[in-house]
Design a protein around this ligand. Sequence first.
Ligand SMILES: [Mg+2]
Length: 109
Amino acid sequence: MTFQELQKFIKISDERLRKYFDGLEDTEKRTLARTVKLTEEVGELAAEVLAHHNWQRQEKMNKHSHKDLNHEFADVIITTFLLADVMQVNLEKAVRDKIKKIERRYKDK
Ligand SMILES: [Mg+2]
């Protein structure tokens, strides 16, 4: 999947979410809601990382599957893109620029 394909999905998801949840037409509320949602998804990913290493209670371990870890990584990426979209951040450019910066940092090391 390319950045463009993901961006297309994000636009469709944004429209769906705005219809589904009242009050998300306001940009500031949408930014806040998506920031909170991203925090939630990072927490879910953290829980799956713990389970991956068998560091969760047995009740949680009984429900755990490797698929959940993959889904939570995807949730973090999708939610990050939704937040970037509402804040008009071009993530493809941001990642490209950041990679260049990191490459320069380690160029002579
Ligand atoms: Mg999740």
